[in-house]
Design a protein around this ligand. Structure first.
Ligand code: RB5
Length: 159
């Protein structure tokens, strides 16, 4: 399976470490950059990874920016992408078990590098549990297809 990775300037160092780890494990990496320290706009890079995962060009993706927030906002705009901004081992593991996250998002300025690398390893080897969690993902898929049935007004604000 190919893994697409990218970062902005604030996540670049972490992204480089992650790329090295993946290659060491014999995983094919599609590195969409950024490859220098100059300031860039995270959407330009998030779009590349999320687009690749959305179209099936990569099986999974890993994104990094300063906090991970911008990248996760961008990535979750794409159909078939379930991007999880994770902060520790627990959230990394749960994002696979319960959410079948196919994009891991990490904050280069918020997570210790050593912890982030362990999170990547855990994330890659944890399988989706399915069952009741699949039903929930099916509802997300309906949202993506515009099939969400709002006739009961369940989600309107009651002022
Ligand atoms: C860049 O300074 C920073 O805003 C960006 O890396 C990210 O944290 C945005 O969410």
């Amino acid at each position: 399976m190919k893994i697409a990775i990218a970062s902005d300037h604030a996540g670049r160092e972490l992204k480089e470490e992650i790329a090295a780890l993946l290659k060491e494990k014999g995983i094919e990496v599609i590195d969409y950059g950024v490859d220098n320290p100059e300031s860039v706009d995270y959407p330009d890079y998030g779009i590349k990874v999320a687009g690749a995962v959305s179209k099936g060009l990569a099986g999974m993706g890993i994104l990094s920016c300063g906090t991970g927030i911008g990248m996760s906002i961008v990535a979750n705009k794409f159909p078939n992408v379930r991007a999880a901004l994770c902060s520790d081992m627990f959230t990394a593991r749960m994002s696979r078990l319960h959410n079948d996250a196919n994009v891991l998002v990490l904050g280069g300025r918020t997570v210790e590098k050593a912890v982030a690398l362990l999170m990547v390893e855990t994330w890659l080897k944890t399988e989706f549990e399915g069952g009741r969690h699949q039903r929930r993902l099916d509802k997300i898929r309906e949202l993506e297809k515009g099939l969400y049935n709002n006739k009961k007004d369940e989600h309107r604000c009651q002022n």
